[in-house]
Design a binder for this molecule. Sequence first.
Ligand code: NAD
Ligand code: MG
Length: 399
Amino acid sequence: MTRARRITVLGSTGSVGVSTLDLMAAIEAGGGEPFEVVALTGAGNVRRLAEQARRWRPRVVVTADADRLEELRAAVADLEVEVAAGSDAVVEAAVRPTDLVMAAIVGAAGLRSAWAAAGTGATLALANKESLVCCGPALKARVASSGGRLIPVDSEHSAIFQVFPHDRPETVEKIILTASGGPFRRTPRSAMGAITPEQAVAHPNWSMGAKISVDSATMANKGLEMIEAAYLFDTPSARIDVVVHPESIIHSLVEMIDGSTLAQMGPPDMRTPIACALAWPGRAAWPAPKLDLAALGGLTFEAPDLERFPALALARQALEAGGAAPAVFNAANEAAAFAFLDRRLAFLNIASVVAETLERVTGAGGQFSAEDACRAALQVDAVARGIASDVIAEMAAAA
Ligand code: NAD
Ligand code: MG
């Protein structure tokens, strides 16, 4: 008898986490391999976390919020499950023996646990793009030296991963990332000043967490993804293009040196790239939504507008500067996106905060040593976040 596949889901209560558990249930219901859940972690949403624990019976359930330990303990009192709280407990859960870790915490808060999981030899299914942006090369090296495997979950990178000639990288000419363009693809700049958080989180094609939805609206998400692609596929900035494709059917493309271009397609549903990460190099059967090309009729493409979406150009600048600049970009963008969600910052100022923070942070060009990469990235993150907060406060005072 084959033993159940052990899985840990970090950030199980978020959009990607919920999709992951949904998909696992669908795979099991279809007679696919059973899963054994080792650890589930969340933060504020203790009720959802407790429901998930009831359904999946993990060995350990953790809330990152240290103040919610008793609440979580009470909510799962009738279950045989270890309960813990705080960010160290999340890291501890990430290194429990398992076959696969889904890293789906949002933002730089997911870095320590992704880094910890990367050292265990388990497969790292990485949704938390921010950790790749902050210390991509070192994170990749850490997974490789622990005997594990890193599989991207971000739909674009899953697409590239699926068509990339891994044993012949020199045959690749270019990576072409597709972008939906977000909810403001057609909004004139003159109307962008008044954009509200409610409008920004209403993505036309994808249902996602609040932070990544804001990132999609500013196109900072595509900027983060450009950096993510550069590190994942060892490809320099000059060989990564972005094309806006509003239907989100082609998830990205790889252009070969002989003029052949390979694309991966599918309906915009995160469960498909998650399924790919769970089963790779196999494929998991589940009642997936499938493409109906005739019903779609056509696919459209256009160049991104870097004037209305300056975050994309800033990300390229950070990638080309190298060293810690991508971590600075990430921290400033994260601080600015959350300030916008809190109504402390205007939409158009998100990119201005990033530009100003990149300008003010000095010494961000140094190289990290591999063992220290996580700690160094967290230091850069804290410094950049502090500066970004100052910039946000100055902007609020001037408004
Ligand atoms: P989300 O906001 O819906 O969920 C975030 C999860 O992280 C929740 O479980 C939350 O409890 C947990 N969390 C929040 N703060 C935490 C902290 N300080 N410490 C520990 N845990 C914390 O986010 P999401 O949309 O699911 O995105 C998760 C990650 O996946 C992000 O890095 C995002 O860029 C990436 N991603 C998401 C999608 C998507 O469709 N949602 C697509 C591609 C990539
Ligand atoms: Mg994506």
